[in-house]
Design a protein around this ligand. Structure first.
Ligand code: PEP
Ligand code: MG
Length: 935
């Protein structure tokens, strides 16, 4: 018989696949001897059966009954018994934490009789009815499908009658009235009574939690965080303990270090006389956890002790939920806590300093997406002026956007391209789409552990919460802050690092981490140290661990210099197309339009010195390091004016009676002659070099002469020549012959022997499939995974993303754009074949990748796995690639840091969306630069 239910005492933290994160960690706390209310966990496997077959396994209900009996035996009371009943909570808990995205039902077991038993003494009467009304509300909405806002409306109505801002001052009579009103609402809306049988309540609550795995917000969250849809959730059933018993009770959330900055200390929120969900929802403002030291010194001391043992045990920042019931501390949950990028780096580095983890393990605790975040600009504090509101700095960073007051508006404006800031009193899970769409979230209620703060941190969004001076009026679409009224659409700046809100768009300045890279990666000092030192330390570790080299895609001396400062070990792709633009465009036009060989040669001769000086500049910046220069790739007509524009201009001239400019006439003829329906599949790449006489020779001569010039200047130039878009080895051979001829000529003319390795891009499926033959004539391969993705999928890379990729993502055709993260199954298979067959022909074949995937964290791991020598990416992504290459080396070696609990808990961050590049669109860069892009 399959086991679908485990008592807490039967599990451990390694069983999170089966017991979910929450269940596994509760079990671990029990093993550690911490005070955990008894309970059991229903496995993810049971949930998966429910989700795939529509029904739970038949063994499940009897197994739940048996485990419940064990808890009842230990407690000496039964679920929902009329006199002093046992009550349980029913909570979701997937392997990867999905805060607030699924359902929870508390106080299961209360009914019209047991509520009287629970409240049998006068001091417990209010508490009992408060618990019952909470159950009817939660159960009614979660299990019976009644709109949640209807319950809230009833509650608000009664609160208004009593002129109280929240429910804490309602008396027993009010609560009885509210409970009855809730039950009426349930009967009316769900068409049946609120169930009185505690066993039915428990069973239906479990099924509702299973079903919430496929709720809208859970699905949206999984898509964003790239959590597989088929994991399913476990369900923990746990004896209820009560923080709402009165002033000697309460609930709180604690972190063993600050999840925003990583600083050690006591962090968290506490809410006296409240249940856990009141803390997280942000409905009532919490007090800082330190205040518990005064409110209940004994519990505080115990909590600190447990926090220390948990951190030592998990060797990481732990996030803890606890409840104090009449002065007795209970641990309700722990997990390795989510943290900001800055905190991730500083905690990993601190723990390594403290000897808790090894430096290699520290590398497993951070990721490239986090590093990219730290490279984004921050506000210029000198230009910010005074803040209009101040709150808790819950998730750092700087964001500017127009104020919006609900999720739908945030999404609507964001889709239209506007940057927005979502302003709410507090957020709930229903606000998730708006939070995803917004640049920042600002709330007037809630602490560092409120829903807004936790979710924003998880997503790397800027968040200021608990800004009490901000009064949100959703109906009038405005908020007030002191005397100021800010209406929807007004631009504000949110400083999540300092908890401040400013009017207008505050100017940005470079982040400390970016300044560190721009300074060449020198160890930091001064104020920047706290943020930068951990990055420096961990990157050094990554550099020591990695096997993959990291080069940059750069085609100007300026970019080459930056790439080198950022740690690039050469240039993996120097695109030469921009060198045909700007003031050179007339020369290129002359080359294209030349009617005789002499005219063409003249144009090429004029281009030559300019190209040479480009290469000299780049080789100088990259002195001593390899520079892979790619021969011209785009179709020539891209260098000519637009056909329609020309035609319109000429038609206008004609209409005005002026004769068209003869140059326009010949340009239009050339553009028309060269027009292609599918230019990406047309006359470009090596094909161009083979049909335009003199083009390859001019480029190769420029390279060779630049090498000579650099050698004469005492440099150590290492130019390599790369041929684009090769399909067949014959194409490469023809170009190579030409290259050899020109190199020999320049060597003879100058007396300096010029040797440049010639290699090819592998960016067409045919090239990948015939790589064994191609390697016979190529010294190196560089995978052009932008084109390889385009041609393998048959996706036009310039068009498909805006056309239908969002539909494909929604429908689950793929979880991430294949232009962003390498498609291992298809494109990746071609890469594997080409690597194996290329190396079989030429064992010392050097192989790299220069498509945009070279800077994408997940793809870097793949390139490490398949044995590439280097990845090449835009200069801004070089640090991310260095970090991920180091992490890839460790995870491939199955180092302890990647097998252990810590890293496992970081799995969700590890697979997060490919980081955008500060100042540039990350995933857009696979689009081949068009001439006008250089404008
Ligand atoms: C590629 O195709 O991956 C590549 C690097 O070349 P480009 O983007 O310039 O076509
Ligand atoms: Mg290409």
């Amino acid at each position: 018989m399959n086991t679908y239910v485990y008592d807490f005492a039967e599990g451990s933290r390694g069983m999170d696949d089966l017991l979910g994160n929450k269940g596994a960690n509760l079990a671990e706390m029990v093993r550690m001897g911490l005070p955990v209310p008894p309970g059991f966990t229903i496995t993810t496997e049971a949930c998966r059966t429910f989700l795939t077959t529509g029904a739970p396994p038949v063994e499940l209900r009897p197994q739940i009954r048996d485990h419940l009996a064990v808890i009842e035996g230990a407690a000496g009371k039964r679920l929902g018994q009329a006199d002093d009943p046992l009550l349980v909570s029913v909570r979701s808990g997937a392997r990867v934490s999905m805060p607030g995205m699924m359902e929870t039902v508390l106080d299961v077991g209360l009914n019209d009789y047991s509520v009287l038993g629970l409240g049998k003494t006068p001091d417990r009467e209010r508490f009992a009815w408060d618990s019952y009304r909470r159950l009817v509300q939660m159960y009614g909405s979660t299990v019976m499908g009644v709109e949640g806002s209807l319950f809230a409306e009833v509650l608000t109505r009664v609160e208004r009658q009593h002129h109280t801002p929240d429910d804490s001052r309602l008396d027993v009579c009010d609560l009885i009235r509210i409970t009855e009103a809730f039950k009426d609402l349930v009967r009316e809306r769900a068409g049946r009574e609120f169930p009185q049988d505690p066993a039915d309540q428990l069973w239906e609550a479990v099924l509702a939690v299973f079903a919430s795995w496929n709720g809208d917000r859970a699905r949206l969250y999984r898509r964003r965080e790239r959590i597989p849809d088929d994991l399913g959730t476990a369900v923990t059933v746990q004896t209820m303990v009560f923080g709402n018993f009165g002033p000697d009770s309460g609930s709180g959330v604690a972190f063993t270090r600050d999840p925003a900055t990583g600083r050690p200390g006591v962090y968290g929120d506490y809410l006296p006389s409240a249940q856990g969900e009141d803390v997280v929802s942000g409905v009532r403002n919490t007090v800082p956890l330190q205040e518990l030291a005064t409110l209940d010194p004994a519990s505080f001391a115990q909590l600190r002790e447990h926090m220390a043992s948990l951190e030592a045990h998990y060797r990481d920042l732990c996030d803890i939920e606890f409840t104090i019931e009449r002065g007795r501390l209970w641990m309700l949950q722990t997990r390795v806590g989510k943290r900001t990028a800055q905190a991730a780096f500083s905690i990993a580095s601190q723990l390594a300093d403290e000897g808790v983890i090894t430096p290699r393990q520290a590398l497993g605790r951070v990721d490239g997406a986090g590093l990219a975040q730290l490279m984004f600009p921050r506000f210029d504090t000198t230009a910010a002026g005074s803040a209009v509101a101040r709150g808790i700095p819950a998730s750092p960073g700087a964001a500017v956007g127009a104020v919006v007051f609900d999720s739908a508006e945030a999404v609507r404006r964001a889709v239209a391209g506007e940057k927005v800031v979502l302003v709410r009193s507090e957020t709930t899970a229903d606000d998730l789409p708006g939070m995803v769409a917004a640049q920042a979230v600002l709330t007037s209620h809630g602490g560092k552990t409120s829903h807004a703060a936790v979710v924003a941190r998880g997503m790397g969004k800027v968040c200021v919460c608990g800004a009490e001076g901000v009064v949100v009026d959703v109906r009038s679409r405005c908020f007030t802050a002191g005397d100021l009224t800010v209406s929807e659409g007004t631009v504000i700046s949110v400083d999540g690092s300092r908890g401040l809100v400013h009017m207008g768009a505050v100017p940005m300045v470079e982040s400390d981490v970016m300044r560190y890279f721009e300074g060449g990666g020198q160890p930091p000092d001064g104020a920047a140290q706290e943020c930068v030192r951990p990055v420096h330390r961990i990157l050094q570790q990554a550099d020591a661990a990695r096997r993959l080299e990291v080069r940059a895609n750069a085609d100007t001396p300026h970019d080459a210099a930056r790439a080198r400062r950022f740690g690039a070990q050469g240039i993996g792709l120097c695109r030469t197309e921009h060198m045909f633009l700007g003031d050179r465009r007339p020369l290129v036009e002359a080359m294209i339009l030349a009617e005789s060989a002499a005219d063409r040669d003249a144009a090429l001769d004029a281009l030559l010195p300019r190209q040479r000086s480009d290469f000299i500049g780049i080789l100088e910046e990259m002195d001593g390091l390899p520079v892979t220069i790619r021969l011209l790739d785009p179709p020539l007509h891209e260098f000519l004016p637009d056909r329609t524009e020309l035609a319109v201009r000429m038609a206008r001239d004609e209409a005005l009676g002026t004769s068209p400019d003869p140059r326009d006439t010949s340009l239009l003829a050339a553009v028309t002659r060269m027009h292609e329906e599918n230019p990406m599949l047309g006359l470009r790449g090596v094909r161009l070099g083979l049909v335009v006489p003199g083009l390859v020779a001019m480029q190769v001569r420029a390279i060779a002469e630049a090498v000579v010039a650099r050698r004469r200047a005492g440099g150590a130039p290492r130019a390599e020549i790369m041929v684009p878009l090769v399909d067949a080895v014959e194409e490469l051979r023809l170009v190579k012959d030409e290259v050899d001829r020109v190199l020999a000529a320049v060597s003879t003319e100058t007396g300096v022997a010029v040797e440049c390795p010639v290699g090819t891009m592998i960016e067409l499926p045919r090239a990948a499939l015939t790589a064994g033959r191609i390697a016979g004539d190529a010294r190196f391969f560089s995978f052009g995974t932008n084109d390889l993705t385009q041609t393998t999928w048959g996706f036009s890379r310039d068009d498909v993303e805006s056309a239908f990729f969002s539909a494909y993502l929604d429908k689950g055709v793929f979880a991430v754009s294949p232009f962003e993260t390498i498609d291992r199954e298809g494109v990746g298979r071609l890469v594997r074949i080409a690597v194996a067959e290329g190396r079989a022909t030429r064992p010392d074949l050097e192989i790299g990748v220069c498509g945009e995937h070279g800077g994408d964290p997940s793809s870097v791991h793949f390139f490490h796995e398949v044995g590439l020598d280097y990845v090449s990416c835009s200069p801004f992504r070089v640090p991310v690639a260095r970090l991920e290459a180091g992490r890839a080396a460790l995870s491939a070696a199955d180092d302890e840091s990647f097998g252990d609990f810590g890293d496992r808990m970081h799995a969700s961050t590890r697979t997060r969306l490919s980081p955008a590049i500060p100042g540039r669109g990350g995933a857009d860069d696979h689009r081949r630069p068009r001439p006008d892009a250089f404008g």
